[in-house]
Design a protein around this ligand. Structure first.
Ligand code: NAP
Length: 248
């Protein structure tokens, strides 16, 4: 029960990694707030959780939209009066050549992957600062470090932004005993990588020293550690979970 009674927001909670984080947090005693675009998908996540988590709060919100983010955070505070943990997990990815990226597409990837992290962190930090307690965990990507096996340049650049934002916020938040860290997954078996097709996934798995993709639980285990007080002296860390694909 590492997170007993902690109130935890998870964005992108209907996706592969978000669902795994929700399950790990539920099993660890957290009170969940699940945020995603699709209400039906969020309800399916709730249905898959243990009985005690059936009363989790679900919020449909576009994480890139400032007014959605403000109203989501306000709803959580109205319902629970506190936020202990924020996991910024929502993200989108596209395999695309740089010559085919239009400005609108560049802006959308940046908004969903990077602006969202800024918007949620800002709203939640304001509240955590007053309580002198909080854990913020951002999901970056190995693509940020190596340019991406499959992802477009805009995706890799957005995730590099997430890494630097994590370090900048960690510096500012340390005075308030708030931990800000990132997990950097390599290719992971989710809907995101399913979209790449079997052949591509086989080829990429071959480049990984472990010769296989991560399971979403591998990422969730790292997120749970950083969200717990076992990691209380860790901040500004970018934790690689990638089967040896990137070592730095
Ligand atoms: P996923 O299964 O596609 O889940 C992403 C979730 O985010 C989906 O439920 C998606 O909803 C939601 N989402 C997208 N745009 C949103 C928005 N504007 N507002 C609210 N929710 C939104 O992908 P995943 O693999 O779990 O990825 C989770 C995170 O890990 C992402 O940040 C991703 O970049 C990162 N990551 C993944 C991998 C990998 O190999 N899978 C590797 C490195 C990093 P819809 O499905 O309705 O769009």
């Amino acid at each position: 029960m590492l997170l007993k009674n902690k109130v935890a927001i998870i964005t992108g909670a209907a996706g592969g990694i978000g669902r795994a984080v929700a399950r790990f947090f539920a099993d660890s005693g957290a009170q969940l707030v699940l945020i995603d675009l699709d209400e039906a998908a969020l309800n399916q996540v709730i249905a898959s959780l243990p009985e005690k988590s059936k009363n989790s709060l679900t919020i449909v919100a576009d994480v890139a939209d400032e007014s959605d983010v403000k109203s989501a955070v306000a709803s959580v505070l109205r319902q629970f009066d506190r936020i202990d943990i924020l996991v910024n997990c929502a993200g989108i990815c596209k395999m695309i050549s740089i010559l085919d990226i239009e400005v609108a597409e560049w802006d959308r990837i940046m908004a969903v992957n990077l602006r969202s992290v800024f918007l949620f962190s800002k709203e939640v930090f304001r509240h955590m600062r007053d309580r002198r307690y909080g854990k913020i965990i951002n999901i970056a990507s190995a693509a940020a470090k190596i340019g991406g096996l499959a992802a477009g340049a805009h995706y890799s650049a957005s995730k590099a932004g997430v890494i630097c934002f994590t370090k900048s916020l960690a510096l500012q938040a340390a005075a308030y005993k708030i931990n800000v860290n990132a997990v950097c997954p390599g290719p992971t078996k989710t809907e995101m990588t399913n979209a790449w097709g079997q052949q591509t996934n086989n080829d990429f798995a071959d480049k990984i020293p472990f010769k296989q993709y991560a399971h979403p639980d591998d990422i969730a285990a790292a997120v749970l550690f950083l969200a717990s007080d076992n990691a209380r002296y860790i901040t500004g860390e970018i934790l690689d979970v990638n089967g040896g694909l990137v070592m730095d």
